[in-house]
Design a protein. Structure first.
Length: 320
């Protein structure tokens, strides 16, 4: 993010991926890491304390509050490192957790060394076919895709998919999820047909294994919608997005950050199809949920209000 303007604790930043600007509170980006040393001063530095911090951070991550989870994850890692030592399995577990927290807030460069070190440790200590090793192989591949190196990430993902099919079985949820990730990597490479084939297979497998009213199924269907959306097939993407939204509402509830993202996806598809009123309704609901769950200063909330501003401009131009 490039900072364009400041106003007290607010930063006007340019978001490269979306090629747009938004006002984001300084604390969510700049103070997350800085808060970790202060947090380490509270409570005894014990392994149990580190476990409590990771449990708390995990809950925050599930709520979409990654910027609050990150300093707790960093504190837990530092405690494990001091108490258990650099080469203890619990330290590497905390290291992997920090990598996930960094990835959640989009700090991919910071996440990568944590993932790579944990992967090398697991491979050395447990072997290539151990579940922890396979998991870190998959996580590293996913991270590389998000970081912008989809071709390299796909190599990691395809290897982990092959291992998961061998070790866990072709219908294990982790295997199906890795299949989905391979499809998403193909999407990043703009190979729409390959991406659609892989993710559609994941959708059908999740429907069979997890059921159509499950988080796994909703996530795969949403991914399928994103493939058609990116390919410009908005009419095809919309029903996928709507199915994902209704499933998230049942599984996660109305007031959840993932549900808000599903509303945003529906709104984006409607916008491209020319239904500006319907798009505004969906984007407004996304903004309301995010403001309540994530707070006004969260970048996702800012993203929602930016989308609403775009819609207002479009509706004004068309006289809607």
């Amino acid at each position: 993010m490039a900072v364009l303007e400041t106003n007290g604790q607010w930063l006007k930043v340019q978001v490269p991926r979306y090629e747009k600007t938004a006002w984001i509170h300084n604390s969510y980006v700049q103070q997350a890491t800085a808060a970790a040393p202060r947090a380490r001063l509270t409570g005894p530095a014990t392994s149990e304390r580190a476990d409590q911090l990771m449990n708390k951070a995990n809950g925050l991550l599930r709520e979409g509050r990654g910027h609050e989870a990150l300093p707790l994850a960093l504190e837990a890692y530092e405690i494990k490192r001091r108490v258990r030592g650099e080469n203890h399995s619990e330290t590497y577990g905390a290291m992997s957790f920090v990598g996930g927290a960094y990835m959640d807030v989009g700090q991919y460069e910071q996440a990568l060394p944590f993932y790579l070190k944990t992967y090398e440790y697991a491979k050395r200590e447990y072997g290539a076919e151990h579940l922890m090793t396979i998991s870190m192989l998959c996580n590293t591949g996913t991270l590389l895709v998000q970081k912008g190196d989809a071709q390299e990430g796909l190599k990691y993902l395809e290897e982990s998919l092959q291992l998961r099919r061998k070790v866990e079985g072709p219908k294990a949820p982790n295997t199906i999820r890795t299949l989905q990730y391979c499809g998403e990597a193909q999407l990043k490479l703009r190979r729409y047909d390959q991406a659609r084939k892989l993710v559609a297979e994941a959708v059908e497998l999740f429907a069979e294994v997890s059921g159509r009213e499950s988080w796994n199924y909703a996530t795969a269907v949403s991914s399928l919608g994103s493939i058609d959306f990116e390919a410009g097939n908005f009419e095809v993407a919309l029903p996928h997005y709507r199915t994902a939204l209704e499933t998230y509402r049942k599984v996660l509830g109305e007031e959840h950050s993932t549900t808000a993202s599903a509303y945003q996806n529906v709104g984006a598809a409607l916008h491209h199809l020319g239904d500006l009123v319907g798009a505004r309704r969906s984007q407004q609901r996304a903004a309301e949920i995010r403001q309540k769950v994530l707070g006004y200063g969260h970048e996702h909330t800012a993203d929602s209000y930016y989308n609403l501003a775009l819609l207002a401009h479009a509706m004004n131009d068309t006289g809607t």
